[in-house]
Design a protein around this ligand. Structure first.
Ligand code: MN
Ligand code: MN
Length: 308
């Protein structure tokens, strides 16, 4: 029976999934932290907005995968995190993430991108090996410091590689285009990974046009011994036309179709989890950004279910 509750007055969970159901294999959790944004704030409101936008998808059978993510999903709410120092937040996030990973395949709703480092630390410990990494972003996030501080939302990829959390050769970045010194922009290439800039992907939108990207990700993943692969999706990978609601928008970005072509085509990889970060609702228009984020998370979950 359909219920006709007005969506925005009902409980705000992703896809209107039941909350705190430990028996469900897939879970989302919000990480409402934006203490590391460097330009426009507001990513702490991202989880709430992404959940609201997901309500449109709540009865959805996915048109490519023919799966219903809602039937297998629970929402664990937003983590209770200290709004103090980055280090205090990360320590508690990592501890809570480690517990959740024992029970669920996790998708994290950010939050700014500084949350990904403790998530990778928890995942590496959980799996007992470094992960492959697929990183969508306008920014390389391989700066060696955060405007004079040791860590932030633009250093985590550098730190993850330095710490051995991810396999360098199986680290692929997509959509990179921001200003930045060569050492940062090319860091992933220099350590043996692969950076696909937004410029390199211009005019390539369908799975067949993006075949060279898909093939390269698969080749690198297989060559690394097919480790669990983590998806981190900074919403600013999209052009501001598709995602205006973000802290550091960069024109010349990816289209929603480019991201969807890649996510759909790579759905069969052994995914370890996902985060979607940097959605800043105060700068959004017509829920464009939160709708894109909700659709990417839904696509990821629906594709996982199609693995059987
Ligand atoms: Mn980022
Ligand atoms: Mn970014």
């Amino acid at each position: 029976m359909a219920d006709h509750e007005f969506a925005f007055l009902s409980q705000n969970t992703f896809l209107k999934a039941p909350a705190f159901d430990g028996a469900r294999p897939y879970a989302v959790a919000g990480v409402a932290w934006d203490g590391c944004v460097t330009n426009r704030p507001g990513a702490r409101f991202g989880p709430d907005a992404i959940r609201r936008s997901s309500h449109m998808l709540c009865d959805g059978t996915h048109p490519v995968f023919d799966t219903v993510a809602l039937d297998h999903l629970t929402d664990l709410g937003d983590l209770a995190l200290p709004n103090t120092s980055l280090e205090a937040m990360r320590a508690i996030l990592q501890a809570q993430a480690s517990l959740m990973l024992k029970r669920h395949h996790m998708v994290w709703l950010g939050g700014d991108h500084s949350i990904t480092l403790p998530l990778l630390r928890a995942l590496k410990a959980h799996h007992g090996r470094p992960l492959a990494l697929l990183h969508f972003d306008a920014h390389c996030d391989t700066w060696v410091d955060h405007f004079g501080e040791p860590s932030g939302h633009g250093t985590w990829t550098y730190e993850a590689l330095q710490e051995g959390l991810v396999v360098p050769e199986a680290t692929v970045q997509i959509g990179i285009r921001s200003s930045g010194v060569r050492e940062a922009r090319e860091y992933v290439n220099d350590v043996g990974g692969r950076v696909f800039t937004a410029r390199e992907l211009r005019g390539c939108e369908s799975p067949s046009q993006l075949g060279f990207v898909i093939d390269e990700i698969r080749r690198r993943h297989a060559a690394a011994g097919a480790p669990p692969i983590y998806l981190t999706l900074d919403i600013d990978c999209l052009d501001p036309a598709f995602a205006p609601g973000t802290g550091t928008p960069e024109p010349g970005g990816l289209s929603s179709n480019q991201v969807l072509s890649l996510l759909e085509s790579l759905h069969d990889l052994p995914w370890a989890g996902m985060d979607c970060v940097e959605v800043s609702p105060p700068y959004d228009h017509a829920e464009l950004t939160s709708s894109a984020a909700a659709t990417f998370v839904w696509t990821y979950l629906s594709g996982l279910l199609a693995q059987g």
